[in-house]
Design a protein around this ligand. Structure first.
Ligand code: XIL
Length: 345
């Protein structure tokens, strides 16, 4: 029998999945097979975001998400919902409504999505609410905050609860992993936000840690990250690693060295994470380098000036478990082994 990450995850009482786009799954047999083999959970990479689904007020287009939900249901996979309230996916028409402090469009989008997809077990109700260096409470100065004040997170959670009484309602955040001043601040601010939400009895069931690792950033401290997870777990919240992938740094190195660096970072991260019993599952932000949102940027190219002959280059960023030809890389085996060797929960 071929290895399957989901099987290894389930054996330890956890789950594994990935962000997906149904168009690619339907069009690419090898990608479809990879999802079927490795995933027990799917989340839409794009198809539940507000700007994608409500092009004009009250007009919805859920064709893509309906397709993904149907695929998940037939394959027996669970669904994570991502994400109704996010400052980066506000339809242009709604910006005006938000500027008038009109909650109704926000409430309608939460109601419509949560009711339409009752199979979703976990919702990132609010995505990326934290920002450093702006406000003492650490909240991002988003259109939602500007319109409704800091209470918008609680309000979104309460309305979500009314429409999805059995789902796990979460907030989801990035930039929490490393032992840098910035990430340390972000960890602290997230803990304070969870503390405040719990104190006012907001229906917060869990916290999503995006887990976008970056090889050029760091260092990563296992003891510090373990302490953060313990502090978070003490609020009684479930924790899901929601968007694991790895942005590379040294693109001119041989592919084997690049892949090993990615795998080592993932293994160090997952070993601490899976030692915390509140961490119930992991999703990668895409299964394969073929469709990863992580691009090699102009900045990356300029750092490597002269490294390649013209017409050649580093190929894809190699920060997903499968390469662009759907072959498992060391990162794939790192995830598999981290699940297989983690304590049972
Ligand atoms: C990204 C998608 O991968 C892209 O395809 C899209 O263009 C923008 O959003 N954090 C999140 C995700 O919570 O929703 C983002 O997904 C990646 C960063």
């Amino acid at each position: 029998m071929r290895a399957s990450i989901q099987k290894a995850a389930v054996a330890g009482g956890r789950f594994f999945g990935a962000a997906a786009q149904i168009g690619y799954i339907n069009a690419e047999r090898d990608l479809y097979n990879a999802f079927m083999r490795d995933c027990g959970c799917l989340t839409p990479e794009i198809d539940l975001k507000w700007a994608t689904n409500e092009p004009s007020p009250g007009t919805f287009d859920f064709r893509a998400m309906d397709g993904l939900a149907r695929f998940a249901s037939r394959a027996g996979m669970r669904l994570r919902g991502h994400t109704p309230v996010w400052h980066r996916s506000i339809p242009p028409w709604a910006e005006a409504a938000l500027a008038d402090a009109d909650w109704r469009p926000v409430g309608r989008y939460i109601a419509t999505t949560l009711r339409r997809f009752p199979a979703v077990e976990e919702w990132d109700v609010v995505n990326e609410p934290i920002d450093t260096g702006r406000r003492m409470d650490g909240l991002r100065d988003s259109p939602f905050l500007q319109a409704f004040g800091p209470g918008y997170i609680q309000r979104a959670l309460e309305e979500a609860r009314a429409h999805a009484p059995r789902a796990r309602l979460m907030i989801n955040e990035f930039g929490l992993e490393y032992d840098t001043p910035e990430h340390r601040d972000r960890r602290y601010l997230l803990l304070k936000l969870v503390e405040r939400l719990k104190r006012v009895d907001a229906p917060l069931d869990g916290v999503g840690l995006q887990s976008h690792l970056k090889l050029g950033y760091g260092p990563f401290s296992q003891p510090q990250f373990a302490a953060f997870l313990r502090d978070l777990a003490q609020f009684g919240v479930a924790i899901t690693l929601t968007e694991l992938d790895v942005k590379e740094e040294a693109y001119a190195a041989p592919a084997e060295a690049r892949d090993q660096a990615v795998a080592d970072a993932v293994r160090a991260y997952l070993d601490v994470a899976f030692a915390e019993p509140s961490v119930g599952g992991l999703l990668c932000w895409g299964l394969s380098d073929r469709h990863s949102w992580l691009d090699i940027t102009d900045e990356d190219w300029s750092r490597h000036a002269g490294a390649w002959k013209s017409g050649e280059g580093p190929g894809f960023n190699r920060g997903a478990p499968l390469d662009a030809a759907m072959r498992p890389k060391p990162m794939y085996r790192a995830i598999l082994q981290a699940f297989a060797q983690a304590p049972r929960r």
